[in-house]
Design a protein around this ligand. Structure first.
Ligand SMILES: *[C@@H]1O[C@H](CO)[C@@H](O)[C@H](O)[C@H]1NC(C)=O
Ligand SMILES: *[C@@H]1O[C@H](CO)[C@@H](O)[C@H](O)[C@H]1NC(C)=O
Ligand SMILES: *[C@@H]1O[C@H](CO)[C@@H](O)[C@H](O)[C@H]1NC(C)=O
Ligand SMILES: *[C@@H]1O[C@H](CO)[C@@H](O)[C@H](O)[C@H]1NC(C)=O
Length: 387
C-alpha cells in the first residue's frame, strides 16, 4: 500500500514536471547577444550583434522585443555603416540596403531549360498546385502561397461582398529575400485589391543587377482596362511571378524550377506545395445551384483578352463563382488566370469545353437510360424463360 502510494506520488511529480517543462515557452535568449559601447568599433559591433541576433531567429520567433531590437539595429546599421568600406560588400541580412558590388556577377542557380512547375491562385480562391491539383478553398485570412530560400508570397483572403461563403484574395505580398548583393537585396512588392497595382518595389526600384541583364526585373502591363498585371522576373533562379488585379480582386501565378518547388517546410502550410488543408477545401459540385443558366451563358460566351474561351477547371470555376457571388468581375478574373496558364503551362490544359455543372444532368439522364435498358433486357430474359 505504502509502496504503491509512493509510486503514485513520484508519478504525479514526474507528470507535473513534464507538463511544466513542455508548456512553459522557452524564453528568447536575446540577452546572450550584447553590444559594447566603444565608439570606434560601432559598425563592427552592430554587425556582430545583428549576426548573433539573427542566429536566434528560430528560438525567438514571435517575440516582439526581439523583432523590434532587430529592426532598430538594422536601421542603425544602415544609417551609420553603409558608407563603410568594410561593410559595403557583405550582406548582413534581410533589411540591409548594402550597395551591390559590380565586380561579381550573380551566378545562375537554376537552369532555364530544366523542368519547371507552375502554381496559380485566383477567384474564390481557386488553387492550382505545383503538382497539378485543382482545389477551391475557404482559407479566410492570411496564408503562405510559396516559401523558399529566395522568395515568399503571402495572400490575404477576405469575404466577398454579398456572399456568405465566398472569399477572394484582396492582398498579396511578394518578398524577395536578400541573396548575395550581386543577385538581389531584400525587396517587397505589395498589392491591394482596392488600389492600383504598384509599378515598382517598395524601395522604388524596378530591378536589380546590371541594366543589360538584370537579375530581378519588374514590369507593369495593362493590356485591357479591366485588369492590371505586374510581372516579376528573377533570372538568377529562373522564376517568373505574375500578380494580376481584376476589379478589386487579385490573383497570382508563378513558374519556378522543379527543384525549387520541392523546397518547403513540411510542417507549414504552403498552398502551392501542400494545397489547402482538407478542412478548408470546398467541393464545387456540392454548391447550391442558383442561377446556373445565367452563369453558364456568361462564362461560355465570355472571351478573354487573348481571344480565348474558358475551358477545363477555369470554366468550372467561373460558373461556380458566378453562382456563389454573382459578381461578374470573377469572369474576368477567370480569364486573367486562364491567360496565365496559356502563357506558363498550356500543356496542362485538356481543353474541355463542357463544365462539370453540365456533366451532371447528362450523366444522370444517361444513368436512367441504362437503367431502363437493363430492366428491358431483364424483362425479355424473364419472358423468354417463362415461355
Ligand atoms: C565578408 O564575408 C566574408 C565571407 O563570408 C568574410 O570572410 C569577411 O570577413 C566578411 N567581411 C566583413 C567585413 O565582415
Ligand atoms: C450587394 O448588395 C447590395 C444591396 O443588395 C447591392 O446594392 C450591391 O450592388 C451588391 N453588390 C454586389 C457586388 O453584388
Ligand atoms: C470584363 O471585361 C470586359 C472586357 O474585357 C468588360 O467589358 C467588362 O466590363 C468587364 N467586367 C467587369 C465586371 O469588370
Ligand atoms: C489544349 O490547348 C493548348 C493551347 O492551345 C495546347 O497547348 C494543348 O496541347 C491542348 N491540350 C490538348 C489535350 O489537346
Amino acid at each position: 500500500m505504502l509502496v504503491s502510494n509512493l509510486i503514485h506520488r513520484v508519478w504525479i511529480i514526474w507528470v507535473t514536471v513534464i507538463a511544466v517543462c513542455t508548456c512553459v515557452p522557452v524564453p528568447c535568449p536575446q540577452d546572450t547577444c550584447t553590444m559594447s559601447d566603444v565608439k570606434d568599433n560601432q559598425c563592427r559591433d552592430l554587425d556582430a550583434y545583428l549576426k548573433c541576433m539573427k542566429s536566434l531567429s528560430k528560438k525567438c520567433r514571435g517575440d516582439i522585443g526581439y523583432h523590434s531590437a532587430i529592426t532598430v539595429s538594422n536601421s542603425e546599421f544602415k544609417k551609420k555603416c553603409l558608407g563603410h568600406e568594410d561593410f559595403s560588400r557583405n550582406n548582413s541580412g534581410e533589411n540591409s540596403q548594402i550597395v551591390p558590388s559590380t565586380h561579381n556577377a550573380c551566378p545562375m542557380l537554376f537552369d532555364d531549360k530544366k523542368e519547371h512547375r507552375f502554381c496559380g491562385l485566383f477567384g474564390d480562391p481557386h488553387l492550382r498546385t505545383f503538382d497539378g491539383k485543382y482545389q477551391t478553398c475557404r482559407i479566410h485570412g492570411a496564408w503562405q502561397v510559396i516559401d523558399n530560400p529566395f522568395f515568399s508570397i503571402m495572400v490575404t483572403n477576405d469575404a466577398v461582398l454579398n456572399s456568405t461563403t465566398a472569399t477572394a484574395p484582396t492582398k498579396l505580398t511578394v518578398m524577395l529575400k536578400a541573396h548575395k548583393p550581386e543577385c538581389t537585396l531584400y525587396k517587397l512588392f505589395e498589392a491591394q485589391g482596392d488600389l492600383q497595382l504598384p509599378d515598382k518595389f517598395e524601395d522604388s526600384t524596378t530591378s536589380s543587377g546590371p541594366a543589360s541583364s538584370p537579375t530581378v526585373s519588374l514590369s507593369w502591363r495593362s493590356n485591357d482596362p479591366n485588369s492590371e498585371t505586374v510581372i516579376i522576373r528573377l533570372s538568377y533562379i529562373s522564376t517568373i511571378i505574375t500578380v494580376t488585379r481584376v476589379g478589386k480582386y487579385l490573383s497570382i501565378s508563378a513558374k519556378l524550377p522543379d527543384q525549387l518547388a520541392q523546397v518547403f517546410d513540411q510542417d507549414k502550410n504552403v498552398l502551392c506545395s501542400s494545397g489547402c488543408p482538407t478542412s478548408e477545401q470546398i467541393d464545387i459540385k456540392q454548391v447550391t445551384i442558383s442561377e446556373l443558366d445565367r452563369g453558364l451563358t456568361l462564362c461560355h460566351n465570355s472571351i478573354g483578352p487573348t481571344g480565348h474561351k474558358l475551358t477545363d477547371q477555369y470554366l468550372d470555376w467561373c460558373v461556380f463563382d458566378m453562382m456563389t457571388s454573382h459578381d461578374e468581375q470573377f469572369i474576368n478574373a477567370s480569364h486573367a488566370a486562364y491567360s496565365d496558364v496559356l502563357f506558363f503551362e498550356p500543356r496542362s490544359l485538356f481543353n474541355r469545353t463542357v463544365s462539370v455543372f453540365e456533366f451532371n444532368p447528362v450523366s444522370t439522364a444517361g444513368a436512367i437510360c441504362i437503367h431502363r435498358l437493363n430492366l428491358f433486357i431483364l424483362t425479355i430474359i424473364a419472358l423468354y424463360n417463362f415461355l
